[in-house]
Design a protein around this ligand. Structure first.
Ligand SMILES: *Cc1c(COP(=O)(O)O)cnc(C)c1O
Length: 350
C-alpha cells in the first residue's frame, strides 16, 4: 500500500480545546466546518462530544451529518440558512442559526417553529463581509427579542485582522460592537482563534476556536501551548544519484549544483500537498531537516538526500518536526488551505 499517511491525533485536539477554553474563559465552540478543516468532522466531534460546549459548522448539510451520527451538543450554523425552507430542519434538529441579513431574519420570524430557536445575530463591526450594519443592529435584535419564536439571542461579530499584530482593527471592531451592544442584554461572542490567543478584551460568554483547535498557530509561527493534530507523512520509495548540473523534474526547473542524492517521495499535489511550495520547501527525512527539489508532481515529489536518508526512510511533510505554517509560507498561502486540501492519504485516527 502507498505509504502516504495522514495521522489525526485526537488527544491533541482535546488538549487544545481545553487550553483554548481556559485561555478564553466562558464557553467555547469547537469550529468543525469544512470537515473540521480537513481533519474529519465526525471523529473530531466524537472526540470532543463529552466536553465541548457546542460545535460550529458553516452550513446545514454539515450539521445534519453530525446529528445523523448522534452528536447531541448545540451546533451553530455560521452562515445561517441559504433558503427559508431550511428552517424546518434547523427546528427539527435544534440547530442554532446565525442570522446575518434581513432576509434570513424575516424568514425566521415567518417560520412556524415547533420550539423556540436560539439565534446568533451577527453584526458587521468592520470586516464588511456579512452581518447587519451597526446602525441596523438594534432593530434586528429587537425584532427577534419580541418574538415568542426566539429563545436566546447571542450577539456576535467576526474579526478581519485578529491574526495581524497591531493592526488596530480588532480594537476598532470591538469598540463598534460594544457601542451598540451595551444597551442590548444577552450573551456575546467575538473571539476566533487569534483573538482567543491575543485579544483578551474580546473574550465574552462564547469563544469560537477553529485553526488553533487543530494545533496551528494563527500567527504563522509555532505556539508551544498548542499541539499539532494532523501529521502528514510518507516514505522515500526510490532514490538516484545525479551529477552536478543535472535537471530534476517537470520543466527542468531545478538543476543540481553538485553531485546529489535525490529521493522520490509518495506525495503530490493530487494528495493536497501545495504545488506552489516547490523547491526549497522543508521536509524531514527520518528526523533530519531536508528540502524539496524540483517541481511537485501529481503523485510524487523529490527531496534532497545529500545530508542522509534513502529508500524506505520516513518523510514528514508536516506535523511535528515541520510546522504546516512553514509549508504554507513556502507555498504563499495559509495553513488552513493546506490542511483542508489533504486527500487520498490513508487517514489514521489515534
Ligand atoms: C471559521 C470561523 C471561526 C473560526 O476561525 P479561526 O480563525 O479558524 O479560529 C470563527 N468564527 C466564524 C464566524 C468563522 O466563520
Amino acid at each position: 500500500m502507498r505509504p502516504l499517511i495522514c495521522e489525526i491525533r485526537l488527544q491533541h485536539l482535546r488538549d487544545n480545546y481545553r487550553t483554548l477554553k481556559a485561555l478564553h474563559g466562558g464557553k467555547m465552540l469547537a469550529v468543525i466546518k469544512a470537515d473540521a478543516y480537513g481533519h474529519g468532522a465526525l471523529p473530531c466531534a466524537q472526540a470532543l462530544e463529552n466536553e465541548a460546549d457546542g460545535f460550529a459548522v458553516a452550513l446545514l448539510e454539515e450539521a445534519l451529518q453530525l446529528r445523523e451520527a448522534g452528536i447531541q451538543k448545540p451546533i451553530v450554523l455560521l452562515e445561517g440558512v441559504f433558503q427559508a425552507a431550511e428552517y424546518a430542519l434547523v427546528d427539527q434538529h435544534r440547530l442554532w442559526p446565525v442570522v446575518h441579513q434581513q432576509a434570513q431574519l424575516e424568514a425566521l420570524l415567518a417560520h412556524n417553529w415547533q420550539s423556540p430557536v436560539n439565534v446568533w445575530l451577527k453584526m458587521d463591526s468592520g470586516m464588511h463581509r456579512a452581518g447587519f450594519f451597526p446602525q441596523d443592529y438594534a432593530a434586528a435584535y429587537n425584532a427577534l427579542k419580541q418574538s415568542p419564536k426566539v429563545a436566546e439571542i447571542v450577539k456576535m461579530s467576526h474579526f478581519a485582522c485578529a491574526d495581524i499584530a497591531d493592526s488596530g482593527m480588532t480594537e476598532l471592531q470591538t469598540e463598534t460592537f460594544d457601542s451598540i451592544c451595551a444597551a442590548l442584554p444577552g450573551a456575546e461572542s467575538l473571539a476566533n482563534s487569534a483573538a482567543i490567543l491575543a485579544h483578551p478584551a474580546s473574550h465574552r460568554e462564547w469563544g469560537r476556536a477553529g485553526i488553533a483547535l487543530y494545533g496551528i498557530d494563527p500567527f504563522g509561527g509555532r505556539d508551544s501551548r498548542l499541539k499539532p493534530v494532523m501529521k502528514l507523512s510518507s516514505q522515500v520509495f526510490a532514490e538516484r544519484i545525479l551529477q552536478a548540473h543535472e535537471p530534476v523534474g517537470y520543466g527542468a526547473a531545478f538543476y543540481t549544483s553538485r553531485p546529489t542524492r535525490v529521493g522520490l517521495v509518495a506525495c503530490g499535489y493530487a494528495d493536497g500537498y501545495p504545488r506552489h511550495a516547490g523547491s526549497g520547501a522543508p521536509v524531514s527525512v527520518s528526523g533530519c531537516p531536508s528540502r524539496i527539489i524540483g517541481r511537485i508532481s501529481m503523485d510524487m515529489l523529490t527531496v534532497d538526500l545529500s545530508k542522509g536518508g534513502g529508500s524506505g526512510d520516513s518523510v514528514e511533510l508536516f506535523g511535528d518536526e515541520i510546522s504546516v505554517n512553514e509549508v504554507a509560507a513556502a507555498a504563499g498561502t495559509i495553513p488552513h488551505e493546506i490542511v483542508c486540501a489533504v486527500k487520498r492519504a490513508q487517514k489514521i485516527y489515534r
